[in-house]
Unconditional design. Sequence first.
Length: 148
Amino acid sequence: MNILQPDTLIKNPQGCQVAASITVPTDALNVWKVVGNFAGFDQFIPALERIEMTGEGVSSLRKKFFREGDHIVVEQLNSRDEQAKTMTWTTLYNTLGIVNLWASMQVVPQGDQHCTATWTIHAEPAELEGFLQAFAEGAMDNVLKRFV
């Protein structure tokens, strides 16, 4: 008799790591309101048609619909710290060919009127590194444009 054991398809990616950072000439709270809004990434990623949320806070699900190619990405919010201005999430399902993806967003104050926002992505397969780097940099550039 085969005894079933707990298992999961979710694992930490081993493929590549990319990061995109911007320094913004405004306070960290204003930037966190944009990049820390898990349901609002369509505000700075024009490739997104819309986002649908299920639940609120940690363990909520975000379903991102892309404008082209009928692509869908489903992600779960893993952690969120309002004081530290950090959050992490994991991709559960996608039509983009990503096997595993873990990401974080962090906003760090740099004095009263500047901050640095960083989007870090760990993903498999490693061949997606160039695409993911360009995607994250484009999104963060759009965030910067909102404040300059």
